[in-house]
Design a protein around this ligand. Sequence first.
Ligand SMILES: Cc1ncc(COP(=O)(O)O)c(C=O)c1O
Length: 463
Amino acid sequence: MSRRAPGPGEPPRAGDLPARARNPRTEGSRRLLEQAARLLPSGVRSNTGLAEDALLVASARGAIVTDSDGNDYVDYLLGSGPMILGHAHPAVVEAVGRQLADGSSYLALNERAVELAQAVVDRVPCAEAVSFYSSGSESVNYALRLARAATGRQKILKFEGAFHGMGDESLHSNQWTTGLGEGQAAGGTAARPMAVPNSAGLPGAVTESVLVAPYNDLAATGELLAEQGAEVAAIIVEPMQRTLVPAEGFLAGLRQLADSSGALLVFDEMVTAFRLARGGAQEAYGVVPDLATLGKTVSGGHPLAVLCGAAEIMEYLRPGREPAAGGVMQTGTFSGNPVSCVAALATLAELDRPGVYQRLAASGQRLRAGLDAAFAAAGIEACSSGHDTAFEAWFLPRPPRNHRDTLATDRGRQTEFAHLLLERGVLKAHEKFFVCTAHDDRLLEFTVQAFHDAASALAAAGD
Ligand SMILES: Cc1ncc(COP(=O)(O)O)c(C=O)c1O
């Protein structure tokens, strides 16, 4: 029996189980999808997703997303990570509602932004000073520009397969550099990758300024820096790259290489901040960068990202310094708007409750164990990599250590597995399962059952 999407203000549905039988596409949603295909060629969020799924979301509460046909899904996409408390969490809804009555955007400095800056400094080891933006891509662009200004150098070193958003430098050799898409074949060799543009329209001069090293390979990174380190402004790294876990000593080694070459170490903690630990990956892995970009979880589901770091570097953002003296200009209409800031403050306060991180990790462990058991029962060789609260399933004998390892997975099967889960009421991100506090026992059990059903359907399809 189909259920209609919950209306505004209706109670959250966390804990409700999606119905096993899926509703067929209604005439209304079919028409909306046709309209979307005409008007929104890139979709809403990006043009990298599974177009054929064409999920049209009507609403979301807790860990449940409901589509326009009344189908519910246990959500592990979670807005690509921000919804760590689940959707429409009462504390966030209440804080945002109260703020809306006091205005939503002033441009002028506001009290909530100062409170949030303090909350970031109190939690994140590298954060002595803070700057706000509306998206992660924007914060990364500023981090790289700031690094150039502070060092007077031009080049950026990034890691193959890392994603840093949509800036010109960032759009090189990211995770879509698979060798499967036209123009995106991984270039160079495993030890010395070449910067490969992931998009048309990037200036060639930018491509020349991007160096690419293999993640988890300190020796190769050191060689590159030995040759060109004097020109490198920043080493930017996702401390956990997608779901690749840093090898013992890798991040500490990068810290040393940055210090010895005079480059700034930038952690892109868009995914890991406030998720891997209260102080993010830098707390979890015990390595403190010069600058960090934080997003997703900190936003409480609203447009907000943060650049933070050592006070003396952040000083280059202070108005009044001439560009010739390293002054970096910065402005953004919605940067630090009070609605996003109160959503962030409410989210961070909820995450401070005792036991939250332990419970998130326990939920993830249960899911990963369920995934392993499901693949084993179906006789499929697969594994998972990442953190318990953000992980991916791979059709590989062992967890990948770098981007080129991930290319050996059976991508067709990976996509098919995601489709089979979707048909069984489980929605995942195209490269991750994100875990939130609203994934309760019943939803976890439902998901593990879906893993088993999907894995045996996958095995049967392969016979
Ligand atoms: C590590 C990392 N950096 C940067 C970004 C870009 O953030 P945004 O989509 O908010 O621009 C993302 C987004 O997924 C990300 O995961």
